[in-house]
Design a protein around this ligand. Structure first.
Ligand SMILES: [Fe+2]
Length: 307
C-alpha cells in the first residue's frame, strides 16, 4: 500500500544570485530555437527556481562512470539548482550477483551534493536494493515553490524495458494530483520510462501496461504540465503533443547515441555528450539547459507549459 501522502518538502530558498548570473551568462549564448520552432518571447521576470536532472548514471558499467559522477556532483554544486532529481538506472545491472555493492558506492558519491536530491528507480534498479540503499520509497512527491514533483517507479525490472503503471499507482497518482490541485501547484511527473508512444527510429520503450488509465489521468488533470524521464540514452528528446503535457527524455550521464531522429516525430537536439540538464522553472515554461560534465551549457530549449 502507498501512504496517503509521502510528500517531502525540499529545502526552500532562491538560487544564489551570483551563481545564477554566472550560469545565465554562459547559457544565453546556448538558447537556440530547435526543431524548427520559433523562439518564444522571453519569459517575464526571474525563474521561480532551478533544478538539476541527472539520469542513467549506470555506475559500474565501466571505470569511466566512477569518474563521471563526481564531476556531475561538482558541476551541480556550482549551479543554481536547489534540488537534484535522478531519473533511474543509478547503477548498471543492479540485479546481478555482487552488484548490490554498487549502490553504497553510488550513494557515497551523490551525498557530495550540497542540496537535496531524490531518485526514481530504473529497470537496472531492483526495488529491494533501491529501497535499502538509496531511498525508503520508490513513489513519493517533492514540493518546491508552486511545483509538485510526483516521482514514481514505472520501469519493468531487467530484462524488461517497457513501462507500466499499476492500478494502485494510478490511485496514488490521482491523490497526488488532487492534493496538488487543492494547493494550486503544478505537477511535474518524474519516472524512468516515458509515456509517449515511440517507435522506430526510437527505441519503442514506453508505458504499455496501464496505458489507457494513465492517459485518462493525464487528460483529466490539466495541472500536470510535464513528464520527465530517462532510459533512452539519445541526448535530449521530447514531444509536445500529449494532451498538453510536455514529455521529455533527458540525456544519460553514461552514454548517448545519435539515432538519427531528425525526421522522427517530436524534437531532439544535436548534442550527445555526457551531461545533465539544468531546468529553470518559470510561470509559463521550463527552460532546459543541456550541461556537460563541467557544467557548461551547450543547447537549451524552452518547454511552454499549459496554464
Ligand atoms: Fe533504463
Amino acid at each position: 500500500m502507498y501512504p496517503e501522502s509521502t510528500s517531502v518538502s525540499a529545502t526552500p530558498g532562491p538560487p544564489s544570485g551570483l551563481e545564477r548570473r554566472r550560469f545565465l551568462a554562459l547559457a544565453s549564448s546556448a538558447l537556440v530555437s530547435l526543431a524548427g520552432g520559433a523562439r518564444s518571447a522571453e519569459p517575464a521576470g526571474n525563474p521561480e527556481f532551478a533544478f538539476a536532472f541527472v539520469t542513467d548514471t549506470h555506475l559500474g558499467r565501466s571505470p569511466s562512470e566512477e569518474k563521471t559522477l563526481p564531476r556531475l556532483v561538482d558541476a551541480i554544486n556550482r549551479s543554481p539548482a536547489v534540488l537534484t532529481l535522478f531519473g533511474g538506472d543509478l547503477v548498471d545491472n543492479g540485479q546481478e550477483p555482487g552488484h548490490d555493492r554498487r549502490y553504497p558506492a553510488w550513494k557515497e558519491i551523490v551525498k557530495g551534493l550540497k542540496k537535496d536530491w531524490y531518485a526514481v528507480a530504473g529497470n537496472h534498479d531492483p526495488d529491494e536494493l533501491f529501497c535499502k540503499h538509496v531511498q525508503a520509497e520508490t513513489d513519493f512527491s517533492v514540493e518546491q515553490e508552486g511545483v509538485r514533483f510526483v516521482c514514481f517507479r514505472d520501469a519493468q525490472p531487467n530484462p524488461g524495458h517497457d513501462g507500466l503503471v499499476t492500478p494502485e499507482q494510478l490511485r496514488w497518482l490521482q491523490d497526488q494530483c488532487d492534493s496538488a490541485g487543492r494547493k494550486g501547484q503544478r505537477v511535474i511527473l518524474v519516472a524512468h520510462v516515458i509515456y509517449h508512444e515511440n517507435k522506430h527510429p526510437d527505441v519503442g520503450w514506453y508505458v504499455k501496461e496501464g496505458r489507457a488509465a494513465f492517459a485518462m489521468l493525464l487528460r483529466a488533470n490539466p495541472h500536470v504540465v510535464a513528464f520527465l524521464a530517462g532510459h533512452f540514452h539519445c541526448g535530449l528528446r521530447g514531444w509536445d503533443d500529449t494532451f498538453g503535457v510536455q514529455e521529455v527524455v533527458l540525456p544519460s550521464a553514461s552514454w548517448n547515441q545519435n539515432r538519427g531522429l531528425d525526421k522522427a516525430p517530436g524534437y531532439s537536439v544535436n548534442e550527445f555528450r555526457l551531461g545533465y540538464v539544468l531546468s529553470e522553472v518559470y510561470r509559463d515554461r521550463l527552460r532546459l539547459h543541456y550541461c556537460l560534465l563541467d557544467g557548461e551549457p551547450t543547447v537549451s530549449r524552452d518547454l511552454m507549459l499549459r496554464s
